[in-house]
Design a protein around this ligand. Structure first.
Ligand SMILES: Cc1cc2nc3c(=O)[nH]c(=O)nc-3n(C[C@H](O)[C@H](O)[C@H](O)COP(=O)(O)O)c2cc1C
Length: 339
């Protein structure tokens, strides 16, 4: 099985919900939430694609970075690359039934490990989604991260305990899920967090705490002051708020403000190796990948997830050779071409 076959198979199974376009630019699937697209007219998801595509990287071939090191130390665990599977739930309604939720969780947790990296598992309106994710992480001795919806703090803390019990590497909250009406209609209210509420969550656990859905220096600083170990610069793949900015537009100032003290993870539109180079050049330490992992799982199950992550890792390696970066730390803003 190769990646082309995986994508062809996924395209067949996802007819009507995702066309797996050559350019995953949020146009075909605009407004398809639930589904695979971006919210509203899809402009946030489209902006993720457009702004990332506008960034140009200088090519360099007169150097000695012949065998770049792509390994990444994430909170003390060495990963094969700075790429992790993003937390994703609700496959039954988002992927048009192309894959069962439990199968997807199993694929991303194990497919990621088989590629030497890890997955983040998510939380959704059906409480079983999180429980299944936790069970999958437990089975692999805690090699994964649990991202919980911004429920009431007491509910989040219950789920943090489950992650601790499973031995998870870290826990977190996708605070940008604060307006998800679908959660409320399923009797699982969510909302924004005050600084005090955030501190209560961080202090409730010894596990590193990650905050997903930060798009401004101001909120990155609040997270840092609350003791958060890492932030995910993200707009949730354009799914929660139409008309907002993309992570690559704000990443470099966020990384400059907090990047020395916290892990800066970022996502939104990573589809090939050079996208990873761009995110790292802007100051991210590592990236998450969303939709391509769904295609991998639907089209090739665990093997498809592994193949997707392996391909990104190999493309990153090639990209580093052709941009003169011998290590991830050497990927910096001097590589970005400004006209
Ligand atoms: C179908 C779908 C479901 C998602 N579910 C969740 C979720 O449960 N929790 C979460 O934090 N993010 C969720 N996300 C957002 C992803 O974690 C990630 O931020 C986003 O997909 C990255 O953008 P990309 O798909 O362009 O790579 C979801 C995204 C998609 C496409």
């Amino acid at each position: 099985m190769n990646l082309k076959e995986v994508k062809n198979s996924a395209r067949e199974k996802m007819k009507g919900v995702c066309a797996i376009c050559r350019e995953c630019n949020g146009v075909w699937c605009r407004g398809m939430v639930p589904g695979m697209g971006g919210a509203g007219n899809g402009s946030t998801m489209q902006r993720n694609y457009d702004k990332l595509n506008e960034i140009r990287i200088m090519m360099k071939t007169l150097h000695d970075a012949k065998d770049p090191d792509v390994k990444f130390n994430f909170l003390g665990k060495v990963l094969s690359s700075p790429v992790m599977a993003a937390p994703i739930t609700g496959l039954n309604y988002n992927a048009g039934g192309a894959i069962a939720e439990e199968d997807y969780i199993d694929d991303i947790v194990n497919g990621s490990i088989e590629c030497g990296t890890i997955a983040m598992i998510g939380d959704g309106g059906n409480p079983d989604f999180y429980r299944w994710g936790i069970e999958a992480i437990k089975k692999v001795d805690g090699k994964g991260v649990a991202i919980i919806k911004p429920r009431e703090n007491s509910e989040i803390i219950k789920r943090i305990r489950m992650a601790e019990e499973a031995g998870a590497l870290a826990v977190g909250v996708d605070v940008d899920g604060a307006g998800l009406l679908v959660m409320s209609t399923m009797g699982q209210p969510v909302g924004p967090k005050s600084v005090e509420e955030l501190k209560e969550l961080v202090d409730s656990t010894k596990l590193p705490f990650i905050l997903k859905g930060i798009l401004s220096v101001e909120e990155a600083r609040i997270a840092m002051e609350a003791g958060v170990a890492g932030i995910i610069v993200s707009n949730h793949g354009g799914r929660v708020l139409n008309g907002t900015i993309s992570s690559v537009e704000t990443l470099s100032e966020i990384a400059a403000a907090v990047g020395e003290k916290m892990v800066v993870i970022a996502d939104g539109g990573v589809r090939e190796g050079m996208d990873i180079v761009k995110f790292l050049a802007l100051g991210a330490h590592c990236v998450l990948v969303g939709r391509p992992i769904i295609w991998g799982s639907v089209g090739g199950r665990r093997e498809g997830v592994k193949l997707t992550l392996e391909t990104l890792k190999n493309q990153l390696y090639q990209g580093m050779i052709l941009t003169g970066a011998g290590s991830l730390e050497e990927i910096d803003k001097s590589m970005i071409y400004r006209d």
